[in-house]
Design a protein around this ligand. Structure first.
Ligand SMILES: Nc1ncnc2c1ncn2[C@@H]1O[C@H](COP(=O)(O)OP(=O)(O)O)[C@@H](O)[C@H]1O
Ligand SMILES: [Mg+2]
Length: 230
């Protein structure tokens, strides 16, 4: 398997008042195409910072991230925007759905913005919502869906662009533990059925236990890189 993400000596710090916070320190790792990886670590350990750098939403202070051979550290903002749109999907803790749009329309919106013709749009949206088990909830607005269902819509919205990788930052943190585990079970299934690479952060050990590979962060450093035999 070839590497999809490579980080080399990646560091990022923030200035808060007159102190410097080293959010990520000298982190080197590789994530292969088709992998399912959990980023685990307590609050403040650097998970979101790492996901933002992997997704080209932020730039490192030192070191670099390569996505599919492209340096995100040196790419321009425009190049990173284009790369994100074409190849990456994002899922967040707060589902960030548009409240006045139905599940279907929330998933369709990005394709519509991208100018995709109607017939292809309909096929893709239906397929994505069916893949997350919401084929029967197309017309529901977010306020008529449960938390788990809202997160499924957000996952379908990421999937519909057929990205190479989906980066999910604490996608279960707003859900009860049973629903959270069902959501991660769904992500594992999608990884296996569609081959999409997933990087999922969590501070929940039960969720980390579901992944074939866990990268543990502590104080911005890579504390452990564990692989479980499948
Ligand atoms: N925009 C920011 N400004 C200042 N400090 C930040 C900022 N973002 C994150 N940090 C700090 O960097 C460290 C890592 O944060 P983060 O990557 O959000 O960790 P996690 O996602 O694991 O909770 C924490 O100490 C956090 O307070
Ligand atoms: Mg975070």
């Amino acid at each position: 398997m070839s590497a999809l993400f490579v980080t080399s000596h990646l560091s990022r710090s923030y200035v808060r008042g007159d102190e410097r916070v080293d959010a990520l320190r000298d982190l080197s790792c590789e994530i292969a195409r088709g992998e399912f990886v959990v980023l685990a670590g307590p609050s403040g350990s650097g998970k979101s910072t790492l996901l933002h750098l992997l997704g080209g939403l932020d730039r490192p202070d030192a070191g670099d991230v390569h996505f599919d051979g492209t340096s995100l550290g040196t790419a321009s903002e425009g190049e990173r925007v284009a790369l994100r749109r074409r190849h990456l999907g994002f899922v967040f803790q707060a589902f960030n759905l548009v409240p006045v749009l139905s599940a279907y329309e929330n998933v369709e919106y990005g394709l519509w913005l991208a100018g995709m013709p109607g017939a292809e749009r309909r096929a893709r949206v239906t397929r994505a919502l069916e893949a997350v088990g919401l084929g029967h909830r197309l017309a529901h607005r977010p306020d008529h869906l449960s938390g788990g269902e809202r997160q499924r819509v957000a996952i379908a919205r990421a999937l519909v662009h057929e990205p190479r990788a989906i980066l999910a930052d604490e996608p279960t943190a707003s859900l009860d533990s049973k629903t959270g585990q069902a959501i991660v079970g769904l992500l594992v299934e999608l990884n296996q059925s569609q081959g999409t690479t997933f990087i999922v952060s969590t501070h929940d050990p039960a969720i980390a236990g579901m992944a074939p590979r866990v990268i543990r962060l502590a104080d911005g450093r890579l504390a452990a890189d564990e692989r479980r035999p499948s």
